[in-house]
Design a protein around this ligand. Structure first.
Ligand code: GLN
Length: 283
């Protein structure tokens, strides 16, 4: 059996699945199963042994069962960097690049200490550490399994010396960090608990609920973080929000922050809300 035959089998198995770009996904699954590049993939004379065929078919079946491509191949690109991921962490989304880009744009060439709350795969923390040369990041998460993935990503991307991992439950209290934090960033869980069951199968059946569930109104993490920020220096806060949450999050932020702005993502949704905390000066 050669590459063309296995492509056809992939198509047969996946043609009825709800996949936006089926040919692309089949090529990714085959390349990963055979451990070949996209260049080798176009060599039609590449023959497959029975073990390789079995592996490809296994990947196709998992995908047909709605398992996300990124979990099957175990990796995902974000901000032009490659991240390992598995079902203990949320798959990095393109929307989140808007949040990361905004911070990079505002803090390029400045030295800054950043707190990333709910780091998951570590995609936000690692990208900021990678592109902001004078930054240091505290990456927080409640899940040990997620922190293991993040740790591996930080190491693979060569930024492990610029990031300190902290296991912490933000819902219990705001973390005590000795250094002055300049930026608080978070893409917290923000789906209303009731709506989780309405999400697509590939999300609700595979991505960790703990990374999705934002409580009954979807806003519990924003409220907790904003009420917890109690620092004595200026801090910039930037959140990713659900497509219809920006105005609500803005209101929450305005209780404590000034200059609260909303930024749209590339699809035109209000995706990022940011603001600044300025301590009241009694002098
Ligand atoms: N910070 C990670 C990301 O943006 C994880 C987010 C989460 O688990 N809610 O992908």
């Amino acid at each position: 059996m050669n590459i063309n035959n296995i492509k056809k089998i992939g198509f047969e198995i996946l043609k009825n699945a709800d996949i936006y770009n089926i040919q692309f996904e089949i090529s990714c699954l085959i390349c990963e199963a055979l451990n070949i590049s996209k260049i080798e993939f176009i060599k039609k004379n590449l023959n497959l042994n029975s073990l390789q065929i079995k592996k490809c078919v296994n990947y196709f079946r998992r995908r047909a069962d709605n398992e996300p491509l990124q979990y099957i191949i175990g990796k995902c690109e974000f901000m032009s960097l490659m991240f390992k991921n598995n079902n203990h962490v949320l798959i990095p989304r393109q929307d989140t690049e808007t949040l990361v880009q905004l911070i990079i744009k505002n803090f390029e060439n400045k030295s800054c200490i950043i707190l990333d709350i709910g780091t998951g795969s570590g995609c936000i923390a690692a990208s900021l550490a990678y592109y902001l040369k004078n930054s240091f990041i505290y990456a927080l998460d409640v899940s040990d399994k997620a922190l293991n993935v993040a740790k591996e990503n930080f190491k693979n991307l060569g930024v492990e010396n610029k990031i300190k991992i902290i296991k912490h439950d933000i819902l219990k209290c705001f973390p005590k960090i000795e250094e002055k934090i300049n930026i608080v960033v978070s893409n917290p869980p923000y789906i209303e608990s009731e709506n989780i069951k309405k999400l697509k199968n590939e999300i609700k059946n595979y991505e960790p609920t703990i990374a999705l569930d934002g409580g009954s109104d979807g806003l519990v993490f924003y409220k907790k973080i904003i009420s917890g920020i109690d620092v004595d220096n200026e801090v910039f806060v930037a959140f990713e929000v659900g497509f219809n949450q920006a105005q609500n999050v803005k209101k929450i932020m305005e209780k404590k922050l000034i200059n609260v702005f909303i930024k749209k993502d590339l699809s035109g949704f209000e995706r990022v809300v940011m603001g600044t905390y300025k301590p009241i000066c009694n002098c």
